[in-house]
Design a protein around this ligand. Structure first.
Ligand SMILES: [Zn+2]
Length: 239
């Protein structure tokens, strides 16, 4: 890769990438473990999501199965909660936990949880930022054009800011899910420990991705500064 050969990039970003790899393996193992335990209440993921949304005062949100593994998400624009086929129909603690987490997002939407509102407003900007910034950055470095690099860094900052705003939204959805699952009697306090492991492991993948973004941003800022200083140094020598 382009930046991979730079020792500064390796120094700043590698620890975050290692953390991301560790978080990824941890969510897979936590999910596998949670999938082995049947919820004693016998509810499926879809039924748990239904109960959690009902208790949370959510009306008019459909629950649909969707293809893939861990593809579960709440779609605020279409008011649909989509659960991966396994989590939709299975009655494991992992399925119930993930489904309840997505229902937590539906509750955030229905109650206009401020950080979710901000996050949703940022979606188009963040998408633009992460796609365009890399191209502009590589162009800026190749052409030794600082202005282009600053625009790229500003765009990339938006994408990182989106990840930062998203973190409390994710933690809040899990907190709501676990509280509602216990209040409604779908999950016992002992079972909540297993659900908590799955949801915390999932949250850790978001934390690791955010740290990777912050580390990359720090690298880009440092590199663009070095480029600038190098340019000025050259001027000094010729003056
Ligand atoms: Zn979530």
């Amino acid at each position: 890769m382009f930046f991979g050969a730079d020792p500064l990039y390796l120094l700043l970003v590698t620890p975050a990438l290692l953390l991301a790899g560790w978080a990824q393996s941890r969510i897979m193992s936590a999910y596998r473990e949670g999938s082995r335990y049947r919820a004693s209440s016998g509810v499926t993921g879809a039924q748990a999501a239904q109960v959690v949304m009902q208790e949370g005062g959510v009306r008019g949100v459909a629950i649909e199965p969707v293809a893939g593994q861990l593809t579960d998400h709440y779609d605020p624009s279409h008011k649909v909660l989509r659960l991966s086929a396994g989590n939709y129909q299975e009655d494991s603690l992992a399925a119930v936990g993930v489904a309840a987490h997505e229902a937590g997002h539906a509750i955030q939407d229905a109650t206009h949880y401020p950080l979710l509102v901000v996050r949703n407003l940022m979606v188009p900007l963040a998408g633009l930022g992460s796609n365009a910034s890399m191209l502009l950055l590589i162009g800026g470095i190749a052409l030794q054009w600082p202005a282009l690099m600053y625009v790229a860094i500003a765009l990339f900052s938006l994408a990182v800011l989106f990840q930062v705003v998203n973190l409390p939204v994710e933690f809040n959805a899990s907190r709501r899910a676990r509280a509602m699952l216990q209040e409604s009697g779908l999950v016992s306090p002992e079972e909540d420990v297993v659900v908590g492991k799955v949801l915390n492991a999932a949250a850790m993948t978001y934390v690791a991705a955010t740290l990777t973004g912050v580390a990359q941003l720090a690298y880009f800022i440092l590199r663009s500064g070095a480029l600038n200083r190098g340019g000025r140094g050259g001027d000094d020598r010729t003056a």
